[in-house]
Design a protein around this ligand. Structure first.
Ligand SMILES: Cc1ncc(COP(=O)(O)O)c(C=O)c1O
Length: 399
């Protein structure tokens, strides 16, 4: 079945032993489950009988979300976590089992991911950086030292570079190194990294998957070989997503295919409008012919119903000759797009990476990475595209 169908039917498969099935998963808020017979509880705890014992070991609503996520990504097992960062932590720990304590990752990453890697470094997990958009250089970096796992984002934040996941996974396979993919920006509607050869995929479900600005959550989906260890980490480290947020995420995923088509369509229109605007310099969007990764996106990303590639909803752009104060004037003048650090919601969100998501990495590193003070990140929502474009145009007049 196609992702658009799995998103809707994946969490509530009809049960053979019941004459009816609910149209939505049950919201089971219980922290623990009471057993009539003590032996049954032991059997469930030992994995000899299906069931639930205690919410940290799993609950029915999160289990429905995990089923939906595993189906969508084509994975064997999924774990719903309380945030994207919790999911990333679990994904890395799962990938590094019995491996050298060393991660090779992309030189441009979500700011908080740099922080997680810094914390791991304090636990003697070494990190090395290379450019995954240059597979030869990435392979050279891989060969330069022992590597426990590779971590890449399907689309990087905030410059919207597209990782050639197929090429990176082929290199990883040659060297026997597992790949963790952060697929937050693309979602399983644009691409499914496990199909390209990745081993573990994770999402901040806070973003497109839940999609409505009311959930903090994460998901890890993996191949069979990592499944037992990932689930064990989930049981004992306690990263689980609670039932209510699992319920909201399931509900969000049901409309994910429609939303991703609309985000992509709107973002392309907005990117074209920005590219033609006299106050805008570079525009970073893989749907534009000027973007260095358009061909990679066309190769890797799914197409929408009209046959056009879905490039996603994230656009970066640079306001010409703007310093921080000028960008803030632009930000404050926005009437429709909200000023916030999140992304992937139904509403448009403007973020200034230099003072928010990437402020902790320092000005020197930002400059090296091409994240200037004049760079704006826009998560294009699904409002009417003419209203979004008009809002941006009037705010650019205030710069
Ligand atoms: C690419 C990416 N990965 C991970 C995260 C972390 O997700 P969360 O905020 O849900 O912990 C984010 C959050 O913005 C993100 O953009």
């Amino acid at each position: 079945m196609k992702p658009g169908t799995l998103a809707i039917h994946g969490c509530t498969p009809p049960r053979a032993d019941e004459p009816y099935a609910p149209s939505a998963p049950a919201l089971e808020m219980a922290a623990s489950f009471h057993y009539r017979r003590a032996a049954d509880m032991t059997a469930v705890a030992n994995g000899e009988m299906e069931g639930f014992v205690y919410q940290r070991y799993g609950n029915p609503t999160a289990a429905a979300l995990q089923r939906q996520a595993a189906l969508l990504e084509g994975g064997e097992s999924a774990l719903a976590c309380s945030s994207g960062m919790a999911a990333l932590n679990i994904a890395l720990l799962a990938a590094l089992r019995d491996r050298p304590a060393s991660i090779l990752t992309a030189n441009v990453l979500f700011g908080e991911t740099f922080q997680l890697l810094r914390l791991l470094e304090q636990q003697d997990v070494a990190t090395r950086y290379a450019d995954p958009c240059d597979p030869e250089a990435f392979e050279a970096a891989l060969q330069a030292a022992d590597t426990g796992c590779i971590l890449v984002e399907t689309v990087s934040n905030p410059l919207v570079r597209v990782t050639p996941m197929d090429a990176i996974c082929a290199i990883a396979k040659r060297h026997g190194v597992p790949v963790v993919a952060d697929a937050t920006f693309t979602t399983p509607i644009l691409s499914r990294p496990l199909e390209a050869g990745a081993d573990i995929v994770m999402h901040s479900a806070t973003k497109y998957l839940a999609g409505h600005g009311d959930v903090l959550g994460g998901l890890v989906i993996c191949r069979a070989v990592h499944a037992d260890w990932m689930q064990e980490l989930g049981r004992h480290l306690g990263p689980n997503l609670g039932p209510f947020h699992s319920f909201l995420t399931i509900r969000g995923i049901k409309t994910l295919p429609l939303r991703m088509e609309e985000h992509s369509r709107n973002a392309l229109r907005v990117a074209r409008m920005l590219e033609a605007h006299p106050r805008v310099g570079a525009v970073h969007y893989p749907g534009l012919a000027s973007h260095p990764d358009q061909a990679v996106a066309d190769r890797l990303f799914d197409r929408g119903p009209d046959g056009d590639t879905l490039y996603g909803g994230m656009v970066g752009f640079e306001i010409l000759d703007a310093d921080e104060a000028a960008v803030f004037r632009f930000a404050n003048a926005l009437r429709l797009a909200v000023r916030a650090t999140s992304l992937g919601d139904v509403h448009s969100i403007m973020t200034h990476p230099a003072t928010t998501t990437h402020r902790n990495i320092g000005a020197g590193r930002r400059a090296q990475l091409g994240i200037g003070d004049n760079l704006v990140r826009l998560s294009v929502g699904i409002e009417d595209p003419e209203d979004i474009a008009a809002d941006l145009a009037q705010a650019l007049e205030q710069v």
